[in-house]
Design a protein around this ligand. Structure first.
Ligand SMILES: *Cc1c(COP(=O)(O)O)cnc(C)c1O
Length: 453
């Protein structure tokens, strides 16, 4: 059976990012200062982010123009291909049509450069010479390292310790792009030293690594902080994915009935889904959307929708989101990019309003899906992306049971070429499922800020 691929010309790279804030049925809850619990303004964020990104963070304009310099870099790998998974459909014997948008063709191998390039560009514009950040599996760190190298910005990455050891090749890639990589928790920051004093064997978490990166950025005028997910402006930048998919499905003469994406902090999910959810919010076209999260870190399905810190050290503003508690450290599953205690405020808000569904899947089911996908479609997905693959397969099998030929679109957010140790462990039977640690979540939630009443 032949491969069916939908490609757009370069001049079809979106000219604008889509801002779903313009179409929300009710506005996002305000962001609060971590100390005073009062609403914060753009000025409060200025030590951490360039003003252009802060203005995007609070914007309610429906579209925001993509600078030519950013589109010029996007041109290297965008528009990304949309495939119809005909062989997978046949193997599953489903009447459903399955399409996937493949973001693994970027230089760093995932969707993350879509925002890394934009963030590096705006920081450069405002004279910033150094960026600090955190990284889980290393996808975000390598994306920012790539973008920093393009725009001549020094990049310092705090990498979650378990991934630092599990994924040495990601570290090598970051260092090749010129970044400095530090295992987190480290003894370079107050936040890191505090964790190490209490838990000398800490495997780290994104929440801890964020504290370290924020702490360093807040100390110097020439240094700012970059976040690879969660924030409104990051989700905004990722909407190039869904906008392109919309145009490609138009070429195919289709429109999705069901969209599936994996959620860590929510950015690739938002990227593929927001342009379609926006159309639904405007009353133009209906769609069912499913977020897939890991059972070991189930912020949407098991977390609470409350104000919480974005980091473990409590330096960040308080945002209302689905959270497992800022001190929760999830099990060391291989989908490192999905090990975050919270969820993007925009995603949380839409979930709370009932605009999409969420499911939590166990690691073994997702790897089984990833291996099946690789054998049938040829592309080896990242462990995070395996969650979307598994979710899409579940939907396709449900279509088979119900005998309905729906159109499924999912985001294949990255390739797994740096995750082969995980696949080796899976093949050797060494991976296991993790229930999320209920008592630990309860403990972390007991430490929620008092602003929740
Ligand atoms: C970082 C990452 C994720 C998780 O982050 P989101 O913001 O939820 O997209 C998922 N997949 C891949 C390949 C990643 O690199």
């Amino acid at each position: 059976m032949e491969t069916v691929k939908f490609l757009l010309d370069e001049d079809r790279i979106p000219t604008h990012w889509y801002n779903i804030a313009a179409d929300l049925p009710s506005p996002l809850p305000t962001v609060l200062h971590p100390g005073t619990h009062q609403p914060i303004g753009p000025g409060d964020l200025a030590p951490l982010f360039p003003m252009a990104l802060i203005m995007q963070e609070v914007s309610t304009e429906r579209t925001i123009e993509i600078p030519d310099e950013v589109r010029d870099v996007y041109r290297q790998w965008r528009p990304t291909p949309l495939y119809r998974a005909r062989r997978l459909e046949q193997a599953l014997d489903t009447p459903a049509k399955i399409y996937y948008k493949y973001e693994g063709v970027s230089p760093a191998g995932s969707h993350k450069p879509n925002t890394a390039v934009a963030q590096a560009y705006y920081n450069k514009q405002e004279g910033i010479t150094r960026l600090t950040t955190e990284t889980g599996a290393g996808q975000w760190g390598s994306s920012l390292a790539f973008a920093g190298a393009l725009f001549g910005i020094e990049v310092q990455v705090y990498m979650v310790k378990v991934s630092y050891h599990q994924k040495p090749y990601r570290r090598a890639l970051m260092e090749t792009y010129g970044a400095r990589v530090v295992a987190s928790p480290s003894d370079e920051t107050h936040a890191g030293r505090q964790v190490l004093a209490e838990y000398p064997d800490s495997t780290g978490s994104l929440g801890i690594a964020i504290s370290e990166a924020v702490e360093i950025a807040a100390q110097r005028d020439d240094t700012k902080y970059a976040l690879g997910s969660v924030l409104n402006h990051v989700l905004l930048h990722q909407t190039v994915i869904g906008q392109e998919a919309l145009a490609q499905l138009e070429m195919a003469g289709d429109y999705p009935d069901i969209i599936v994406g994996c959620t860590g902090g929510g950015s690739n999910f938002s990227g593929i889904a927001f342009p379609f959810i926006g159309a639904k919010l405007r009353g133009e076209r209906d769609v069912r959307v499913v977020a897939v999260e890991p059972a070991a870190c189930p912020s949407l399905t098991k977390g609470r929708y409350v104000y919480d810190f974005g980091d473990t050290g409590h330096y960040t503003p308080l945002v209302k989101m689905h959270t497992l508690g800022s001190t929760f450290v999830p099990s060391g599953i291989h989908a490192g990019g999905l090990r975050y205690h919270g969820m993007a405020p925009l995603v949380s808000h839409l979930y709370n309003l009932g605009h999409f569904e969420a499911i939590a899947l166990q690691q073994l089911e997702t790897f089984a899906a990833g291996v099946e996908f690789a054998r049938i479609e040829g592309i080896l997905p990242a462990p995070e992306a395996n969650h979307a693959v598994a979710g899409a397969i579940r939907e396709a099998l449900r279509c088979k049971e119900e005998g309905v030929g729906k159109t499924i679109l999912f985001n294949l957010c990255g390739h797994g070429h740096f995750d082969l140790q995980a696949y080796m462990d899976y093949q050797a039977g060494k991976l296991k499922d993790f229930e999320y640690a209920e008592e630990e979540v309860a403990m972390a939630l007991a430490g929620l800020p008092p602003v929740n009443g």
